[in-house]
Design a protein. Structure first.
Length: 304
């Protein structure tokens, strides 16, 4: 059992506060409330309780239960690994963690075999998982190998000292060479599998910077930099400016020009401070071959 004590510095919901301070997922934090592990002055709190500034919160994080996801001998492209964390280049089509309908073949199953030691903060089905990538998004993802590293990396994501950059091929010609999309996101009211931009004051804040890298006749290669990490953030924000990601059947065009297995969205650069030494580290992953193949076709068309 690990005990944490935090002072509330701004008014907020209890579950939001605990999730932000510990780096736990909202679902994991909610479970701590349900089991009476979050208290104020010794009194258990409810997840939706309103916290006032100056209050001290204690959070007990039980020792992780034995991991339920099974180790599987699956090839992994390990970009970096030490005693504290690893950086993996996740292929398109791989689900990050086990869950309903995905009991095997996930990144977690592969990490349990290849990395041996993983943090327990993510729970029995998400050991080591610091952040997510969509199934059909490729590229760099962080895996924590112990709880101290997990908390440090999660905090870096929260305070934005961990930088995450993506490359995406978008439909159409993006008008400006750079910009910022600052639109909150919420569940789509008509489709629970999707997210949509919400009115200001609703949903969860989502901020994405974009920079045009290359222009084609009917497409634009864009670099995105995340300030927040909401589910489907880049895909929804790209759609919101009228330029969905190529290959994205959920948010983009139903009729696609290229035969693809998913969206052309790749997490290509990751910057962070080492959780133990503080050294600044930057990692990159090259575009996958199916992505470069499409770019080569578009470049040839530009010359013709």
């Amino acid at each position: 059992m690990t005990l944490h004590r935090f002072e509330v510095t701004k008014s907020c919901r209890a579950d939001v506060f605990v999730s932000e301070q510990t780096g736990l997922t909202r679902s994991h934090a909610k479970k701590l409330f349900e089991e009476g592990h979050v208290c104020a002055d010794g009194v258990p709190l409810k997840a939706g309780a309103a916290l006032k500034t100056g209050v001290f919160i204690t959070v007990e994080i039980p020792d992780p239960k034995p991991v339920e996801a099974q180790a599987e001998n699956i090839d992994l492209q390990i970009i970096y690994e030490d005693d504290d964390f690893a950086v993996i280049d996740k292929p398109q089509g791989m689900v990050v963690h086990a869950g309903a309908g995905h009991e095997s073949g996930t990144l977690v199953n592969a990490c349990l075999f290849r990395l041996k030691s993983l943090s327990g903060i993510g729970g029995v089905l998400r050991p080591g998982i610091v952040h997510r990538l969509d199934k059909d998004t490729s590229g760099l993802i962080l895996i924590a190998k112990n709880d101290a590293a997990h908390l440090s990396l999660s905090e870096q994501i929260r305070v934005k000292t961990c930088s995450r950059e993506y490359l995406a091929l978008l439909e159409g010609a993006v008008k400006t060479d750079s910009g910022t999309i600052n639109r909150p996101l919420a569940r789509d009211k008509n489709n629970r599998l999707k997210y949509a931009v919400a009115e200001y004051g609703e949903g969860r804040d989502a901020v994405t910077d974009y920079f045009v890298e290359e222009r084609f006749r009917d497409n634009t290669l864009v670099r995105f930099k995340l300030h927040t990490g909401r589910t489907h953030q880049i895909r929804v924000h790209a759609k919101s400016i009228g330029h969905p990601v190529v290959g994205d059947l959920l948010y983009g065009y139903k009729k696609q020009r290229f035969s693809l297995e998913g969206q052309l969205l790749h997490a290509f650069r990751l910057g962070l401070n080492h959780p133990r030494t503080g050294e600044r580290l930057t990692f990159t992953a090259p575009l996958p071959s199916y992505f470069t193949r499409v770019l080569e076709i578009l470049r040839r068309e530009n010359k013709s």
